[in-house]
Design a protein around this ligand. Structure first.
Ligand code: SF4
Ligand code: SF4
Length: 102
């Protein structure tokens, strides 16, 4: 069983994930969607407010909420520190979502 995620940001500083590769035009490290918030924790910008990073068409709060929820699920947020299996899962799904246009 994996350890809890402490939101240290180490993984995203080291290597952009499959979502970053599919949705961001710059995949240099650290990931440009990685955000350090006032609570001292790191957050994925694609989860918190996707429309700041990708074109979602006309802005709408529901799109941020919907996409953020989908991205969080793909990333395994809430399931502990990313394991190799979770990374493989994200990488395998990301190409599918490249076809999604909202
Ligand atoms: S989880 Fe978010 S911040 Fe981290 S590498 Fe992936 S897209 Fe970037
Ligand atoms: S998944 Fe692991 S390395 Fe990544 S932010 Fe969470 S605790 Fe840190």
């Amino acid at each position: 069983m994996s350890k809890p995620c402490t939101q240290c940001g180490r993984c995203c500083k080291a290597t952009p994930c499959g979502l970053a590769v599919e949705f961001l035009d710059d995949v240099s490290s650290p990931c440009k969607a990685l955000e350090l918030h006032d609570d001292g924790k790191y957050y994925c910008g694609l989860v918190v407010h996707p429309s700041r990073y990708i074109d979602v068409g006309e802005a709408g709060a529901w799109k941020d909420e919907f996409l953020g929820t989908v991205f969080a699920s793909m990333l395994g947020i809430g399931r502990g520190c990313c394991s190799e299996a979770e990374t493989e899962f994200v990488n395998s799904l990301a190409p599918l979502f490249a076809e999604v246009r909202i």
